[in-house]
Design a protein around this ligand. Structure first.
Ligand code: HEC
Length: 114
């Protein structure tokens, strides 16, 4: 987990399997073991693309930040995969959505504040 834009693909499914499945499992079912990895499939929180994007940018407790590893398009692609393929929600995720959060979000705000 190091290096600027370590991934070159913008295929959301591939990004998911390369960078998320190790912890969240291949179908997004999550895992309980040495740690707790929440499921990303059939998870109602995944209805909000901004929730996912925010976690990708900032990390979330035990979850590493992908800020330096994925560009806006890649974050959008992997978020799209989770929202549509793993959860069946009907939402379009664009690189602009990511750019907006990446650049405009005040660093101190808490993603769990709703
Ligand atoms: C090194 C392990 C690891 C990797 C790799 C990882 N995650 Fe996570 N993720 C976690 C952990 C641990 C949590 C739970 C954090 C907590 O609640 O303390 C989490 C939480 C999340 C959540 C919030 C789930 C919820 O129900 O609130 C999302 C969304 C998420 N991860 C998306 C991703 C995506 C997308 C990727 C790939 C780009 C990814 N994660 C890669 C460990 C990982």
């Amino acid at each position: 987990f190091e290096g600027e834009n370590a991934f070159i693909t913008t295929d959301g499914k591939k990004l998911y399997h390369d960078s998320c499945a190790a912890c969240h499992m291949h179908k997004g079912e999550g895992a309980y073991g040495a740690g707790y990895y929440p499921p990303l499939a059939d998870n109602s929180k995944m209805e909000s693309k901004y929730y996912i994007i925010d976690i990708l940018i900032n990390g979330f407790r035990g979850m590493p930040s992908f800020h330096g590893m994925m560009n806006d398009e890649q974050m959008a692609a992997v978020t799209q995969y989770i929202v549509n393929d793993l959860n069946g929600f009907n939402e379009i995720v664009t690189a602009e959505d990511v750019a907006q959060l990446r650049h405009e979000k005040p660093p101190a705000s808490d993603p769990s504040d709703e």
